[in-house]
Design a protein around this ligand. Structure first.
Ligand SMILES: NC(=O)c1ccc[n+]([C@@H]2O[C@H](COP(=O)([O-])OP(=O)(O)OC[C@H]3O[C@@H](n4cnc5c(N)ncnc54)[C@H](O)[C@@H]3O)[C@@H](O)[C@H]2O)c1
Length: 245
């Protein structure tokens, strides 16, 4: 059955999203790399296609309703269905609260939380019609434990968890599951910005003594999207090397 499935991965152009996209493609799922960075999305979808599935790319800004609507219609035109949505697009604009400017607060809430809302709202109708769907939202360990300089990011990622649980209850009877994955610190462009000394301190707090990889996160997402997880909904699966239990 999985060879007929169709998955949209937002922020699928690089980092964790690209890892998820390629992992799904190698499991035979047709994929849409949806990203604000059109070039990265196109390259990611080419790589996915080389794994033997049908893959397309789509330029999307998850904070704009028109853009998200277009992403959904492009997918429906190409594949006629949407089985999986992975709300992965996310940003950081770090700073201590007393120095935080409103733009940094709003941008992070917009992409990470409002983007998750918009994309989910737009795919839920086709999923309900199909009587099948899986949504996985990428939260963060920071949403559960907080982090200095990340009030905006922590609020957005905690918001994603509440959203996940509420939507899971709304659509459970429609054979749609909604779960979240909460990565710890994962080796991507987002964490490349951490200075070397801070990185060492961070690794010391991780029982497994290493940063995670996009593939570590992709494995958890694959599981939650699979038939093996059909009775799991409203859950948060932590992928953090034990740094927060
Ligand atoms: N890297 C980590 O340690 C880590 C830890 C926990 C959670 N996360 C979460 O995982 C997700 C992916 O993070 P990453 O580390 O791969 O980041 P990344 O910066 O490498 O990739 C994010 C992708 O999202 C895209 N994007 C950004 N804004 C967008 C928008 N408005 N519309 C569409 N696409 C947009 C970017 O172009 C990029 O391709 C994010 O939600 C992030 O918060 C990351």
């Amino acid at each position: 059955m999985s060879e007929e499935r169709v998955a949209i991965v937002t922020g699928g152009g690089q980092g964790i999203g690209k890892g998820i996209l390629l992992s799904l493609a190698s499991a035979g799922v047709n994929v849409i790399a949806a990203d604000i960075n059109q070039e990265a999305a196109a390259e990611a979808s080419r790589e996915a296609e080389s794994l033997g599935v049908k893959a397309i790319s789509c330029e999307v800004n998850v904070v704009e309703a028109d853009s998200v609507e277009k992403m959904v219609s492009v997918t429906m035109d190409a594949f006629g269905r949407i089985d999986h949505l992975v709300n992965n697009a996310g940003i950081t604009r770090d700073g201590l609260l007393m120095k935080m400017d409103d733009a940094a607060w709003k941008a992070v809430i917009d992409v990470n939380l409002n983007g998750t809302y918009l994309c989910s709202r737009m795919v839920i109708r086709p999923m309900i019609k199909q009587r099948y769907g899986r949504i996985v939202n990428i939260s963060s360990v920071v949403g559960a434990m907080g982090n200095v300089g990340q009030t905006n990011y922590a609020a957005s990622k905690a918001g994603v968890v509440g959203f996940t649980k509420a939507l899971a209850r709304e659509v459970a009877q429609r054979n749609i599951t909604v779960n979240a994955v909460a990565p710890g610190f994962i080796q991507t462009a987002m964490t490349d910005a951490i200075p070397e000394k801070a990185r060492e301190q961070l690794i010391n707090q991780i029982p497994m003594q290493r940063l995670g990889t996009p593939e570590d996160v992709a494995s958890a997402v694959d599981f939650l999207l699979s038939d093996a997880a059909s009775y799991i909904t409203g859950q948060v699966l932590a992928v953090n090397g034990g740094m927060y239990m």
